[in-house]
Design a protein around this ligand. Structure first.
Ligand code: SAH
Length: 350
């Protein structure tokens, strides 16, 4: 039956070797398959020309090879951001965003189709959760970008799990994908160059610490009191700020890396000097960076993007208190590829 076919792209090398051995094929076939899948990036067995026709037919009968159909691609006016719209095998759609910054080439990857979390300022939230992505679907976003860059003599250097969805709510597939992305034969992105951004799912952060992966952790804090945070992020009712911060502290102790706190700046809501001062008090004793993200407008949301003067005022207060703070001027906001704008055109299918 077609659906019983195993997807090869989500398998670890030893699992692939097991499949090859189950079929009674020679061991070196695993290497060949890996080369076709990851270096040459083929998406059908027919193209694997160093395998005999008979072997190709047998592989085809047992296995699937994921292909993401790129149905849209736009480049920002500044040419430093490219958004890919992919159609998955079930016709659902996700986006990835490729950003160039100096020597960095960063891919922002989606982990779910939509998102269940309902953050009030985010466009993806409006889709609700349609489904989780498989590890293969996450990995293939990265491999696609890698092939895209290599064709231009360039290389992917960083991956951020900051696209559509909440990665910690798709834990197993996301962790599998991270390990695959990191493997030498895959996209070979260094583990310290992979960052996962979470809404602040406390049990997920604790579970992530137990994986002992040295990935970066980014946490969307976005507010400094529980009343304020609950207003824009319903998840805060479940895991309020104090609990969240102690989970992040534990993660940093375990992994020995600084955390990043993302802080979406909403004018007149959380961009006042007293907000900055409360933020300093909250994170003062933690090894961390603050990533200030001026809100990218989405339709019909009751927020305003702060003017430059409010952004500067906020960041200056942080840096004067010796915090490391940077402003993420969202790349690609003219193509709706800025943070939280990865929403669909898609739903309506345009
Ligand atoms: N679910 C994860 C990852 C996806 S959101 C998380 O919550 O972290 C990635 C980042 O974009 C988060 O920091 C989020 O707070 C921010 N964000 C969402 N909508 C935004 C918007 N409209 N403008 C700017 N940043 C936004």
């Amino acid at each position: 039956m077609a659906n019983k076919k195993i997807e090869l792209k989500g398998l670890f090398p030893e699992e692939l070797a097991q499949q090859v051995s189950n079929m009674g094929l020679e061991k070196y076939r695993t290497r060949q398959l890996i080369d076709w899948l990851y270096n040459k990036g083929v998406t059908d067995f027919e193209s694997m020309t160093n395998l005999s026709k008979a072997v190709r037919v047998r592989l085809d009968a047992q296995f699937k090879l994921l292909k993401l159909n790129r149905i849209g691609q736009i480049e920002s006016a500044s040419k430093d951001t490219e958004k890919f719209l992919f159609e998955l095998p079930d016709k659902r759609r996700v986006e990835s965003v490729l950003m160039r910054d100096g020597k960095r080439r960063t891919l922002c990857v989606s982990s779910q189709v939509g998102c269940p979390l309902d953050c009030q300022f985010c466009a993806t939230a409006r889709m609700g959760l349609l489904r989780n992505l498989t590890a293969a679907e996450i990995v293939e976003q990265v491999l696609y970008a890698q092939r895209f860059l290599r064709a231009r003599g360039d290389e992917l250097t960083h991956v951020v799990m900051m696209g559509m969805g909440e990665p910690l709510l798709n834990f197993d597939q996301v962790i599998r994908a991270i390990r695959l992305i990191n493997l030498d034969y895959g996209a070979a992105v260094g583990i310290r160059r992979i960052t996962l951004s979470t809404v602040g799912h406390v049990p997920g952060i604790a579970k992530l610490a137990r994986e002992k992966l040295k990935i970066g952790l980014a946490v969307s804090l976005n507010a400094t009191t529980d009343v304020q945070r609950s207003q824009i992020m319903p998840i805060n009712h479940k895991w309020p700020i104090a609990e969240l911060l102690s989970a992040v502290r534990a993660y940093c102790d375990q992994i020995r890396r600084w955390a990043t706190f993302e802080y979406v700046l909403l004018h007149g809501f959380n961009d006042m000097p007293e907000d900055a001062r409360r933020l300093i008090d909250l994170v003062r004793d933690m090894p961390c960076k603050i990533n200030v993200i001026p809100w990218n407008p989405i339709e019909d949301a009751p927020f305003q993007r702060p003017p430059q003067s409010a952004i500067d005022r906020f960041v200056n207060i942080l840096t004067q208190a010796q915090l490391t703070a940077t402003v993420r001027y969202s790349k690609g906001d003219d193509i709706a590829a800025g943070c939280g704008q990865l929403y669909q055109e898609m739903v309506s299918g345009q």
